[in-house]
Design a protein around this ligand. Sequence first.
Ligand code: NAD
Length: 462
Amino acid sequence: MSAQKHDVVVIGAGPGGYVAAIRAAQLGLDTACVELEPRLGGTCLRVGCIPSKALLESSERYAEAQNEMADHGIDVNGVALNLDNMLKRKDGIVDTLTQGVDHLLKKNKIKRYTGRGRIAGPGKVVVEGDESTTLEAKNIIIATGSNSAPLPGVELDGDRIGTSTEALSYPEVPKHLVVIGAGVIGLELGSVWRRLGAEVTVLEYLDRILPGMDTELAKYAKKTFEKQGFKFELGARVQAARVENGECIVEIEGREPVQADRVLLCVGRAPNTEGLGLDSVNVKQDKRGCIEVDEHWRTGEPGIFAVGDVITGPMLAHKAEDEGIACAEFIATGQGHVNYDAIPGIVYTQPEIATVGKTEEELHEHGREYRKGKFSYAANARARALGHTEGFVKILADDETDRILGVHIIGAHAGDLIAEAVAAIEFGASSEDLARTCHAHPTLSEIVREAALAVDGRVINA
Ligand code: NAD
């Protein structure tokens, strides 16, 4: 059969890939998208961001009903967990959203191919599905994402010892869940099962949690999670984990082994490049296996681009989306840009943690002089009314120009509050700009404004 010809072939239908395909189609390019899985949306939609947020929401409601309603003067008796329904609700949300992506591809007249996409030379992709199809394209965008990184010695059995995928569907609440790695996944999914009643022990190799995040925030977060019953073992290098007589044994260097009925391995993610046929073209990978690209997502092979988790940078759905859009625009118009200084990162725990721009440690490292403004949730009227008074907003601004360099938030709805800070950084705003912007009362956004006022030592409500 002769090859199917397209202007753009995107490999992968996750947030990087399907968004790139839509943008390319919007710009008038004949676009195809190749996806291995029957359901579109990638890890984020199928087994990542979305199902985990559904469970975080449900488990938070359960915890609230048990522990917080009484404070509001609402007596709730007989609160009981129906885990089956909680998991079904999560699956329903995923189904709806994956079908939504399917609809979007159709609406934008993007040709979908189901099967494994493999590059078979410049401008050529073979789709290995029920039958093999050859595609020809002037432009190929690799958006194949990432998967859970393995840890030597940890024997994943796809059940008792698993990754985030299994932890989204445990059939019962584990009595004792051991989480390997105190990163984003460990804290989010650890929170879900902790709230539902599991004893949760987090084993972390470093002497801190949430590596890379502003240290003051991470320290505050650790204390808060400990109050929620999390147990942390820091400086704990996991060497092995296996199932023995139906029980998990986790071995840690120089320490007593830990027993658990389930183990969640979350020590990072690795780019998906296996079987992609990269050796048939001039596409290079770095030491971590990430595809090397230039500032316009071009690999070494003309006409082959890569975006999202498969290239370097934070493995975040919104970073992938922005790259997908900009890459499609670059292909169609020769212009395309992503501002990597303004990419927010959010941990959807309770309290939420949200951050954008530089941390204090990064500013110290670069010898950059800065001023800091901080304001706590406890002094905000809306936070009091909500009953969520833990946390603070911290703004870091250039000492000389007052330009905002970083904003770090821990507290209720931090993930929504950070949007203002991202826009401020994108527009090159100063802390004075934020301080002079009217913020509605009573809202949590006033904490951001007070933190901006604090940069100049003139908070009002503290
Ligand atoms: P991570 O890189 O955030 O954290 C992994 C942790 O494991 C690190 O703290 C590391 O020191 C530790 N570790 C490594 N080896 C160890 C060992 N032998 N023993 C004990 N600890 C060890 O990785 P993650 O939590 O798996 O997340 C993967 C990616 O997915 C991240 O890039 C993250 O940003 C992304 N993600 C983002 C969100 C979100 O934005 N809310 C949610 C989930 C995942």
